[in-house]
Design a protein around this ligand. Sequence first.
Ligand SMILES: [Zn+2]
Length: 385
Amino acid sequence: MYRAEEHIDNPHGIEDHSRDDKDFRKKWTQEEVAIDPATGMLNYIANRKGDWVTSAAYVENELRAAAALGMTPEGLRFLGNALHTLEDFYSHSNFTELLLLKLGHLQVYPWAHRKVQAPSPRYPLVTGKFGSNDIQVSLAYVLNENLTATKEYVPGQRTASTEILLILLKDIPSEYLDQKQVRRLEVLLGFKEEFVKNHPLMGRMIDELSKLMSKLPNAILSAQARKHATNVTKSQEEFLSNPSFLHPTHSQLSKDHDDHPLHLLAAALAMEVVREIGGLIAGVWTGKGTVETVVREALKYFVHPEDIQNAATDGRSWVFEWARQWARTNPAKLQLLERGAIINRQFTEAKQAEARIRAQGEAYGAPEALLAKVRGTLQGIEGLA
Ligand SMILES: [Zn+2]
C-alpha cells in the first residue's frame, strides 16, 4: 500500500481512492501542500497545526510503537518504518540543494522558483510529487526488469514467471480472454510434468504457450509505459514553466539512484541520522533512555537548512561539515547541479527511458496480436486433450 507520508512525497495531485480501499488516502488539499510560514517547508512534511497528515506525525507514531514493543520483530519493523521516512527526507527533498546554497554554492539550482519571506528569506523546502504517472512508470520499469530477468523455460518445470503469468492471465477481462480457458490451462499445467513424457506434441505446445505468455505482460506494460512516459515529461515541464508552482515531480528531485550527483551526500546524511536514532531506540530498549528523547531527536531533523545553527548546541550542525566535505571533494558533481545542467540531464534521461520503452514495445509486439496467438495455441491444446 503506497502512502505519500511514509516517503515524504508531495501529495499534490493525488486523487481520492479510499473507495477502492479504505487505507488509501483522500484527495490532496491546497492547505497541506502550502508553505508553512514558520519554517518555509511545505505543510505535509512537519507542520502539525492542521488536520492534514504529516510525515513528522507518522515518524513519531512509528517510533513510539517501536519503543513500546521492545526489540521484537514487530518493534524492529516499526523502527524500520520510522528510519525509512527519515532517510527519504534527504533523498526525496531539495534539502541537500538548500544546504549547499546556505554554504555559499549559489550556482546550485534550488528546485523552487522564488524565495519566501518567513521567517527569514529562503527557498521553500519541498519534496517531489509522486503522482500516478511517476508511480506507474516506476512500477512498469521494475516489473519489466523482473519479468525479463526470469530464467529460460525448462521443459517439465513450472517457473516462477509462469506462476506470475498465470496470475496475470487471470486479470485479463473476459471480453478479451475466456477465463474458462485459463482455468483449464492451469489444470493442464499441474499434470504437465508427468504428461509431457508420454505426449511430446502437447509438451511442445505448452512450451510455445509459455513463451507467448512470457511476452504478454511485457507487451501490455510497454504499451502502458509509453503513454505514461510522455505524461511524466509533461509534469516536469509543468513545474519548470510556471514560476508560481511549488511542486516538482519525484523524478526531478529524487536522489534515490546513484546516478544523481547528490546521491552519496543524501545517503551519507541519512545513514548518520539512522545511526543516531537507531542507537537511541536501542538505549530505550535496554532501559537507558526515554522515548520522548528519541522522538525529539528524530523530529529535529525535519528542518530547513536555514534554521540549523552553526553551533555545537544545535545537534545538527554536523550536516554543514558533511556538505562542506562533499563539496570540496566533488567539484565536478557540484557543477552538475546548476539549473541548465541538471534539467538537461533529466531531459536526456527521460528521452533515453522513452526510447528504451519504445524498443521494448517493438520487441514484444502489440498486446492484441500476442493475445490472438495465445487464444490460438490454447485452442490447439484443447484439441489435443
Ligand atoms: Zn520511501
